[in-house]
Design a protein around this ligand. Sequence first.
Ligand SMILES: Cc1ncc(C[n+]2csc(CCOP(=O)(O)OP(=O)(O)O)c2C)c(N)n1
Length: 334
Amino acid sequence: MNNETLVNEPARVIAMYRKMLVIRAFEEAAGENFFAGNVRGSVHQYIGEESIAVGICENLRDDDYLMSNHRGHGHSIAKGAHPRAMMLELFGKEGGTSNGKGGSMHIADFSVGMLGANGVIADGCTMSVGAAQAIKLLKQDRIIVNFIGDGGINRGPFMEALNWAKVYELPVLFVCENNQIAATTTTRLVTAGEGIAKRAESFDVPAVTIDGNDLFEVDGTAARIISEIRNGSGPQLIQAMTYRLRGHFAHDDAGYRPAGEAEAALKNEPVARTETWLLENGLKQDELDRMRAEVDAEIAGYVEDAKQAPWPHPSLAFTDVQDVGAPNVPEAAR
Ligand SMILES: Cc1ncc(C[n+]2csc(CCOP(=O)(O)OP(=O)(O)O)c2C)c(N)n1
C-alpha cells in the first residue's frame, strides 16, 4: 500500500474506506434479511471483495457506465446507487431502484450510469461492448467498466466481447474479479491455457494482474488504465485477485472449501487491511469505530424503511418492462 496517499489525500482514502464499510454493512443486512424471509430470491454477497468495486469506481466519472453481474450490490453502491433504494429493491418494495420488480440480481440505476446487474454469467460482457460502441458512435469521452467473475471467462460472450471491443478499439475496461471459484468449482481446474490475463492478451487486449484486496493497488491501477482508455487506448483488462469470504449465495455454507481456508483469508480481507493501514497512518481506533457505528445505523435505518415501504401497486406490473404481449392482463391490473 502506498503511504503517500493518506498524507496527500486523506479525505479521499477515508471516503473510500467508508464506502467499503457501507458495502459490507449492506451485504450483512441483505443476508440477515434473506434468512428472515424479507428478501426473496438469491442474495450473492460481495463480502471480502469490496476494495475492487470501490478502487475502480473511485476513478470513474458520474457519466461513465458500469455493467455488473450477479454479485452486483458492491458495484452498484460504489458507482453511486443509493443503498436505501437498493434495500427497498431487495425487499421488492415501491421506491426500489426498479420499484421492486428487479430484486437483488437486477439492480440498475441509469441516473448514475449503473446499467444493470445480470444473472446470466458473462452476458454483461457483450452488453458492455454494445454500450461502448454507442459511446464511440456518439463521439463521447465516457468509458464503461464491465465486472466479470473468473467463472465467466469460460463462456463464449467473454471471447466475443474481447474480439469486438478490440476490432473497434472500444472504450471498455473489463475487470475480472478472480475469487478463484465459480459457484462450487475451482476455476483453474476447468480453465484451459495460462489463464485470464493471457486469454485477453491473445486478443491484443492489454491485461494486468493485481492484488484486488489492496485498495491502493486497485485505485492506482484503475487511475492509470481508465485514463489511458479515455484517451483512446482501446479495451483493457484488469484481473483483480481476491477471495469470497462467504458462500456462493447467502444460503450456501461453502462446505466444499478446505477446512481453515476462509479463516486464513480473513487476515487478507480488504476492510481489515485498510483499517490497519489507516491506524498505522494516523487515524485513531475510536474514529474508525465511530465511522463503523454510523454506517451500521444508516443501513439499519434503510432496512426499517424497506420493511415499512408499500408493495408496488398491481397496476404497475406491466410498466417499465419490455412488452412482449402479456396474455390476459386482468382489467384491474391495467
Ligand atoms: C450462463 C449461466 N450459466 C450458469 C449459471 C449459474 N451460475 C450462477 S453464478 C455461477 C458461478 C459464477 O462464478 P464467477 O463468474 O466466478 O463469479 P462469482 O460468483 O465467483 O463472483 C454460476 C455457474 C448462470 N447464472 N448463467
